[in-house]
Design a protein. Structure first.
Length: 278
């Protein structure tokens, strides 16, 4: 259960980080208060769970030097979150806290992936069929929901590029009247990317948890495509918050990420079909 707790901490870190990416006007609206609560409470709760899981894993599971790398990465992620919480006012003057939090997420995720190579899957799912089936069903549902949301972001981005091109060239067509305004399309792409990224993150974590023993070529290709898509969307969220993306690139990258996500889905369907034929 300790390793499950560490995965839970990672999930809370991701939810908290995504909440911090929303535009947060300094008002007292219920939405703003909920956003702030999700961001800071999620981060603190994740850190508490991470602390407990880290101490437990170091005490019961660590066998140095075998687990040295994963332990150091996890401690570094934990220390990064300590810095974010201990210096909420001074740290932003030195470095963007979103970067620090994303850095901690990547470190902890990498730590768990490395650590899991030394822990059998049966220890994680407790060798109980019902738990495996629950995790598998949740994995499939969340990933499919994520693909739908990322697909919405992709379609909105394609229409955005179409609209922007015709506006720049002053080629107004009858079809353009039927499409939403550029601002609406941009918000739709942003929301689809945010929620799709969250679902993709959860789906990938569950997939790693239950499919660790599958080392086939297609499984590795599927995992590589999923991680590549995750990195693309993480980059989009970070660069948009830093306002470092031009309008056209805001629309191009969601399309690239969705193509990678679809490649992962196609490879998985192919892998399952080959398993049925074998």
């Amino acid at each position: 259960m300790l390793i499950v707790g560490a995965w839970g901490a990672l999930l809370l870190y991701i939810i908290s980080w995504i909440s911090g990416l929303f535009p947060s006007p300094f008002d007292e609206s219920p939405g703003s208060r909920l956003q702030a609560w999700t961001e800071f409470t999620g981060m603190r709760l994740g850190w508490i769970i991470h602390t407990i899981a880290l101490l437990g894993l170091l005490w019961t599971k660590s066998v140095w030097p075998t687990t040295f790398v994963s332990d150091i990465l996890s401690v570094a992620a934990w220390a990064s979150m300590v810095g974010v919480q201990a210096f909420p006012e001074r740290l932003p003057s030195l470095v963007n806290t979103s970067i620090v939090r994303l850095f901690a997420i990547l470190l902890l995720g990498l730590s768990l992936i490395i650590f899991q190579n030394q822990v059998s899957t049966s220890e994680i799912v407790l060798a109980q069929t019902w738990l495996y089936q629950l995790l598998l069903g949740t994995h499939i549902i969340i990933l499919l929901a994520g693909y739908v949301m990322l697909g919405v972001a992709c379609v909105a981005s394609i229409i955005f590029l179409y609209q922007e091109h015709h506006l720049k060239t002053k080629l107004v067509t009858s079809m353009m009247i039927r499409f939403p305004a550029l601002g609406t399309l941009d918000r739709l792409s942003w929301q689809g990317t945010l929620w799709g990224f969250l679902a993709l993150s959860i789906g990938i974590m569950l997939g790693i948890l239950i499919n660790k023993d599958d080392q086939s070529l297609l499984a590795n290709l599927r995992f590589g495509a999923s991680i590549s898509a995750w990195c693309v969307f993480a980059m989009i969220l970070l660069l948009r918050q830093l306002q470092a993306l031009r309008s056209s690139w805001k629309a191009i990258w969601p399309i690239v990420g969705f193509i990678l996500a679809m490649m992962s889905l196609i490879v998985e369907i192919l892998r399952l079909n080959l398993q049925e034929l074998a």
